[in-house]
Design a protein around this ligand. Structure first.
Ligand code: CDP
Ligand code: CDP
Length: 226
């Protein structure tokens, strides 16, 4: 692609996707795009509008009539819907526990995938999500599938929460992660699954730096081939 490779990073909740995707993007001077933030933005607006999570028609209309935008920030990126900043608001427990229902709606996926393809069309991008390597960018030059044990992933979320002053018990976080992974892996349209040609990295015992350097190796291999 004109601006470089398309790098797709998929995997279950809290496997480290966004953390490493941001660092990889920085290293290669690529754009970073957090597709989960787009599903979260739609979910937040749905909740704020008082629309029920099973009202597919109204939720599709929300996607059609909203503009989700990103702006670079020292910690990654800020997220906006219709010009209002929602970077923090989309990380709330309420949004986290509702987002998989919204993400299962066919028309929501269709519209957001099209926006993601437009953002990625010139390459030079690291995009993270659940279906990037399988559905959004099936021809991405680099596909990474990050996994980690559910215990480790719950611990990571727990630590993150403590820093934000949130005290949800570890067991509860683990159940929440399992429930979301189940929904994301069992929906009809583009469920969470590893692409056949993706490189799987188990991050359970790996530092962030190590995961970034493993992904950088895969990218450099591709770049040297071209
Ligand atoms: O960061 P975290 O693992 O909590 O999740 P996220 O990447 O912010 O994604 C939130 C939710 O959006 C996921 O649990 C999926 O339901 C949905 N999602 C999706 O369906 N497809 C994507 N490409 C990205 C996210
Ligand atoms: O985007 P995703 O939900 O996959 O995960 P994340 O939000 O990037 O990472 C969840 C947490 O795990 C963050 O606090 C990271 O700092 C941490 N993490 C880690 O401890 N070790 C890694 N190898 C990767 C991430």
């Amino acid at each position: 692609h004109k601006n470089g490779l398309q790098v797709a990073i998929d995997g279950p909740a809290s496997a480290g996707k966004s953390t490493v995707a941001k660092l990889v993007a920085k290293q290669f001077n690529y754009i970073y795009c957090d597709t989960g933030a787009m599903y979260r933005a739609v979910t937040l607006k749905t909740i704020r509008s008082g629309i029920s999570l099973d009202n597919e028609k109204e939720i599709s209309a929300i996607v059609r009539n909203s503009k989700i935008t990103f702006a670079p920030d020292e910690n990654g990126q800020k997220v906006f819907i219709d010009g209002d900043e929602i970077t923090q608001d989309i990380r709330s427990e309420n949004v986290t526990n509702s987002v998989s229902a919204v993400a299962a709606i066919a028309d929501v996926r269709k519209q957001l995938s099209a926006q993601q393809q437009e953002i990625a069309k010139d390459g030079g991008i690291v995009m993270d999500g659940r279906d990037i390597g399988t559905a959004v960018l099936p021809r991405a030059e680099v596909k990474i599938f990050l996994i980690a044990s559910v215990e480790e992933r719950a611990k990571r979320r727990y630590k993150e929460n403590i820093q934000k002053g949130i005290n949800t018990p570890l067991e509860e976080l683990q159940l929440e992660i399992e429930a979301r992974d189940y929904k994301d892996s069992h929906r009809k349209i583009s469920p969470l699954t590893k692409a056949d040609d993706a490189t799987e990295i188990d991050t359970t015992a790996l530092s962030i730096e190590k995961v970034v350097s493993e992904i950088a190796k895969v990218i450099n291999l591709k770049l040297n081939l071209n």
